[in-house]
Write a new protein. Structure first.
Length: 72
């Protein structure tokens, strides 16, 4: 049985001067499930639901957000 499910994931990208970008993506995928409802296979990307990113700076082992952006 095919069904659309949403999934969130994140990535970190290093910048300079102890800064990094933290990006969160939420996408929906068309998946195939078995008779018990477990996902057997991720078939294809259906749509990008949301994308957010934040620039953070590390100072004395503390991360501080510099900006928060929402795209989508």
């Amino acid at each position: 049985e095919k069904e659309e499910v949403a999934e969130s994931m994140f990535a970190t990208l290093p910048l300079q001067d102890n800064e990094m970008i933290i990006m969160t993506l939420t996408a929906s995928y068309l998946v195939e499930k078995d008779v018990t409802g477990k996902v057997k296979e991720k078939l294809e990307l259906a749509s990008l639901i949301d994308m957010k990113w934040k620039i953070v700076k590390k100072t004395n082992d503390v991360f501080t957000a510099k900006s928060d952006q929402v795209l989508g």
